[in-house]
Design a protein around this ligand. Sequence first.
Ligand code: CU
Length: 376
Amino acid sequence: MAALLYGGAVIAAASPTTSIFAPMSTPAHDVNDLSIFVLAITGFIYVGVSGLLVYALVRFRARPGDTTEPPQVFGSVQIELSWTIIPILIIVVLFLTTARVLFSIQDAQKPATALDVIVVGHQFWWEFRYPQYNVVTANELHVPVSSKASPRPTYMKLTSADVMHSFWVPQLAGKTDLLPNRVNEMWIDPQQSGLYVGQCAQFCGPEHAKMLLRVYVDTPEEFRHWIANQQRTQAELTLPSETGESASEESTAHAGNPQIVHADMNVNSPTTRGVASESIDAQEVSARAGQYVFEREACINCHTVAGTVATGRYGPDLTHLMSRETIASGAAPNTRQDLIKWIGDPNQIKPGCLMPAMHLTDKQNEQITAYLLTLR
Ligand SMILES: [Cu+2]
């Protein structure tokens, strides 16, 4: 048995699994040990009862020619007592061991070195906030490895922006629900770096099935780098020619040219914030043309790109979109083709998700994607 479980753990380290029998963090270990204990007791009862049943069926079966009735037994105090008291004892033991594990996880002392993360469930994606670092990200949680020598557990406060969700990464801990207007807590202390996967474990709407979870356990060094990168804001992509004279020259030169995108009222002051509108050619596929289109479509009402006019909070923070391996909470890999497909119509990838198809032209889609690809 031990060898089997050990084998399971080794496989788990190699490739992410959603098995609860390959624990990699203290709460998951406790859950695993308790499950094995309960399985052992119930397995013993199962084997005992079915063994006795089979024995009785064979031993006392009707034999050819035997017409006599077997001896009948009425009322036995001993039997009555044993089948009342033994189950009560078993249940008391199961109750006490379960309660012990519950309390040992819930009342664990939070060390001063702990990392705080606020998890907000959304239909159908995850928002992660790191209040100690002023970092906001989505869908892919990064936490440091927590070794016995230098423990650095992650303490999470979980809540929901809409309906019920449930955070479940089986190798790290049991599930914890995210409820609107309530804050639940859980902690993990993954002891080996790598990727751990899970999934929303509470039906939350039509795209619940693609509300996946990815937890990246980084070495302390990797985690420092990751945080430092997440703390960066994005620079505005300004034009080399964006200096008073030449910009206004260009704008007059382009006046009346239908190919030129004109500034609209989305942005307070297009010359100081965002890409200068005057020299954007509607055909140009570049990051700055992309930022221009992005900032003039409804994208910025739902998405944030820190350091720019995009401050929407309804969808995932896109400031460091390209630092993630997947988009749409694990529904697709984060590649150029999938971004184009996603922006064209998110329903192709995640039917029923809450980002609308924006009905952009293919050109605009390519431009925006060129911009998104710079958000590292
Ligand atoms: Cu959910």
